[in-house]
Ligand binder design. Structure first.
Ligand SMILES: Nc1ncnc2c1ncn2[C@@H]1O[C@H](COP(=O)(O)OP(=O)(O)OP(=O)(O)O)[C@@H](O)[C@H]1O
Length: 469
């Protein structure tokens, strides 16, 4: 996420607004000027990190503005936009002190990438906003930004790994609650008997083992945002209690008598069709309507292919930085392979592929061989993992116990997937056959997803697709 204040100078209104929108979505604070003259009146009144200006403008053009900026604000980087084919203008721009130039037409992500080279980039972390290039994704972010300004409850839907949590964090960051806590709880990963206490908190002695009182997630999120991840996995009796807390805007700790008033914005995610869950009697209708005031839907990655390279590059930048390596990029064939892959595990699968490629390739150009995406992998077993297994066997085991641990876990995941397949996707039968509770199975499936396996699926317990990511 960029954190910079940018002055955009462009006399074509549509283009100016498009540039401003792109930079705003990337996290910048943007001021617009419709001429070089107007830019010169704005510059003394505000502090900017960068100027982005077109060259071809009315009376005073971008080149003249560049000269004025170089003279009066020598530290302020300026990026110029030149018309297609005007090589001499680009050369002159650089000679006159522009830090860079873009030739029209260019993709929004190129603008963001270029600007990010010269201005503050917030340290990469899970708090970064989502990358979006495809029109539908940009539209989704615009909607998210608009709803962020309100206190409305938002239901974020999408297949596993599409970026629902990233979008939830983005909404929080764009809201007036940004400086307040963002608390997330994964309803699928918390054992059923613990979820209520974790959400609502408890007083000392409320139950065996409650040695001290504890605030719940609602209290912890007070003033901020609470994300209820995988809300469809919440037990129906707890759904009733949740609805009451949301409606009454107050919570009582387990074993407590005091009511605590709440000012919490609720976001929820689901990778199931919640409306179907309602018609099947597994999700409360009233809670559904309460949560889905403003639904946002991430398309699967295969349906927004223009996002793939930009997200892959962001992931690559993040991982190289974390590893203390120089920036890397994908060669032409690697880019094509990334675009062509169906990504059943969505962005999480892409993240795994990128990380693995960096392990395979110590240099800074990632090739298609490093990606280990096999387009002919058997259905249900995506190539990235077949390759991952191969990759692992090629790597010297740094620590045998770690290797055994991950091997056992992989074996467990395989057993679960195979059983799900043989039980035709029925989670109930799978749990019975494996001798574990349906809750434990859900928990394990959530862990499998976290480890990069894609277990899509089955609101009616039917497995829609099961594959490694
Ligand atoms: N648009 C995006 N830009 C950058 N990174 C992304 C984007 N979408 C997803 N990611 C990354 O992909 C990974 C998966 O995203 P996230 O956890 O938000 O998905 P999810 O839909 O909540 O998954 P699940 O349903 O399994 O919980 C994360 O590492 C996240 O940072």
């Amino acid at each position: 996420m960029l954190s910079a204040s940018i002055l955009v100078v462009e006399d074509d209104r549509d283009l100016r607004e498009a540039l401003a929108d792109t930079l705003e979505i990337a996290g910048c604070k943007v001021t617009q000027a419709d001429s070089a003259e107007q830019a010169l009146t704005i510059l003394p009144r505000q502090v900017f990190d960068m100027v982005v200006s077109d060259i071809n403008m009315g009376a005073m053009d971008g080149m003249a503005l560049l000269k004025a900026v170089r003279q009066d604000y020598p530290q302020l980087p300026m990026l110029l936009i030149t018309a297609y084919g005007s090589v001499s203008a680009s050369v002159e721009a650089i000679r006159n002190g522009a830090v860079d130039y873009l030739v029209k037409p260019f993709k929004p992500q190129l603008l963001v990438d270029t600007v990010s080279r010269y201005v503050g980039v917030a340290s990469p972390s899970d708090d970064e906003g989502p990358v979006a290039v495809e029109a539908s994704s940009l539209q989704l972010l615009q909607l998210a930004k608009r709803v962020a300004a309100t206190d409305s409850t938002v239901l974020i839907c999408g297949e596993s790994g599409t970026g629902k949590e990233v979008l939830a964090r983005y909404i929080h960051q764009q809201s007036s609650r940004a400086q307040q806590p963002f608390i997330a709880i994964n309803c699928a990963a918390i054992p059923e008997n613990m979820l209520e206490g974790m959400l609502f908190g408890h007083e000392k002695g409320a139950f065996t083992g409650a040695y001290s009182s504890m605030p719940g997630k609602f209290e912890q999120a007070n003033g901020g945002t609470l994300l209820l991840d995988e809300i469809s996995e919440m037990d129906i009796s707890l759904q009733a209690k949740l609805l009451r807390v949301i409606q009454e805007r107050e919570v009582e700790r387990l074993g407590g008598r005091k009511t605590i008033s709440l000012d919490v914005r609720i976001l929820a995610t689901t990778n199931r069709h919640l409306a179907e869950e309602v018609s099947n009697g597994r999700f409360r209708e009233d809670l559904y309507y309460r949560l889905s005031v403003f639904p946002l839907n991430w398309l699967p990655l295969r349906e927004r292919r223009q996002d793939i390279l930009a997200i892959a590059q962001r992931l690559l930048n993040n991982h190289t930085l974390k590893m203390g390596r120089v920036n890397a990029s994908f060669d032409q064939q690697a880019q094509q392979a990334l675009i062509n892959h169906p990504w059943p595990g969505n962005v999480r699968e892409l993240d795994n592929v990128v990380q693995r490629a960096l392990i395979m390739q110590p240099g800074n150009i990632i090739t298609s061989a490093d990606l280990r995406i096999d387009p002919f992998a058997p259905a249900g077993l995506a190539a990235s993992t077949v390759s991952a297994v191969a990759a692992t066997s090629e790597q010297p085991a740094a620590d045998d116990s770690n290797a055994l641990g991950s091997d056992l876990q992989r074996r467990e995941f395989e057993i679960i997937l195979n059983t799900l397949r043989s039980e035709n996707g029925s989670r109930k039968n799978t749990a019975e056959k494996l001798g574990i509770s349906p809750r434990t199975l859900r928990y394990k499936i959530a862990r499998m997803r976290d480890s990069g396996f894609d277990v899509a699926g089955g609101d009616s317990g039917k497995l829609q697709a099961a594959s490694y990511k």
